[in-house]
Ligand binder design. Structure first.
Ligand SMILES: Cc1cc2nc3c(=O)[nH]c(=O)nc-3n(C[C@H](O)[C@H](O)[C@H](O)COP(=O)(O)OP(=O)(O)OC[C@H]3O[C@@H](n4cnc5c(N)ncnc54)[C@H](O)[C@@H]3O)c2cc1C
Length: 277
């Protein structure tokens, strides 16, 4: 009998974390063996509603669960925000090309994320930590529109920025900003491109994920400070249905985001039309 490639595997929702007024992280326990590499995506099914693509935000090395961090924008994401512990949902995948970890070997790595774009970077960050001996150093730049919109707050502020964590991971440093601060905010104010000056290393590898306008200006800034187009890795998003190169909704010029990406170097896509649309 022919295998149904669209059939999702079932997952139990084991926790739900509210990240911001519009973003939630859903922790899932796949009921069949499932694994992914940082940067790949899954198609998430809410039974009776529909499906949508997301890049897992948890560590690819975590074998007990997988997390997706979802911003509410429309029908499926609104249904995902209604999900409760013990619900059963579906996933299929993983799809697409992951971040090329082998290219980062012996290099300094810059991660730049904004808003829900921090989701795939969190998975990548955990994967880099697992193999930290392979890299020279990591600077992780995290941004959000406002302190309230900043995601993974507990992890970033209470764990990663704690003295004990930083002293155990001396190769890693963080730069944090909010477009507009409030009285609680102790970090930078301004868009994420403002925290990209005076990097402590030569430009070698940069990984960027965020809303299109943020990716555009971050890419221009990185080119300006000396990164080459083939050293800038972008996670691209397009509306998609099948996730396997059939429906053609995700075409970016002549490239499929679902199977040629979602991770592309700027060099690969810079001449395609409307890449920041
Ligand atoms: C490879 C990939 C990975 C993604 N990872 C994440 C993630 O980790 N977290 C997350 O919150 N979102 C992620 N997205 C975006 C997410 O898939 C969309 O927000 C979701 O499909 C919207 O579905 P919906 O039914 O709620 O919205 P719809 O009702 O379909 O649309 C609502 C609005 O959002 C726009 N829209 C829908 N899908 C997309 C899209 N893919 N890109 C841009 N605009 C879109 C529509 O044009 C419309 O304006 C990813 C997308 C891709 C392609």
């Amino acid at each position: 009998m022919e295998q149904n490639i669209y059939k999702p595997i079932q997952c139990e929702v084991i926790d739900v974390f509210e990240e911001s007024p519009t973003i939630k992280t859903i922790r899932l326990k796949p009921l069949e063996p499932f694994s992914f590499l940082a940067g790949q995506f899954i198609s998430f099914t809410v039974p009776g509603i529909g499906e949508a693509p997301f890049t897992p935000s948890s560590s690819p090395f975590e074998k007990n669960y997988m997390e997706v961090t979802v911003m509410k924008t429309g029908k499926v994401t609104a249904a995902i925000h209604q999900i409760k512990k013990a619900d059963i949902v579906g996933i299929r995948g993983p799809y697409g090309k992951p971040y090329p970890m082998e290219k980062f070997a012996d290099k300094n790595i810059l991660l730049v994320g904004g808003g829900v774009g921090l989701a795939p970077l969190r998975a990548l960050f955990y994967a880099l930590i697992e193999t930290l001996d392979n890299y020279k150093s990591i600077v992780f730049c995290l941004g959000a529109r406002s302190p309230v919109d900043f995601i993974f707050k507990k992890e970033v502020f209470e764990t990663w920025l704690s003295e004990s964590w930083l002293s155990s991971y001396k190769k890693i440093s963080f730069r944090i900003t909010a477009d507009k601060k409030d009285e609680t905010w102790k970090y930078n104010e301004g868009v994420v491109t403002k925290i990209l000056d005076n990097l402590p290393f030569v430009p070698e590898n940069a990984v960027v994920c965020g809303p299109p306008v943020m990716m555009k200006f971050t890419t221009l800034k990185l080119l300006d400070v000396g990164y080459k187009p083939e050293e800038i890795y972008l996670s691209m998003e397009r509306k998609m249905y099948c996730a396997i190169g059939q429906c053609r909704h995700c075409l970016l010029g002549d490239k499929f985001v679902c199977k040629d990406g979602p991770v592309f170097t700027y060099e690969e896509i810079k001449n395609q039309p409307k890449i920041w649309a």
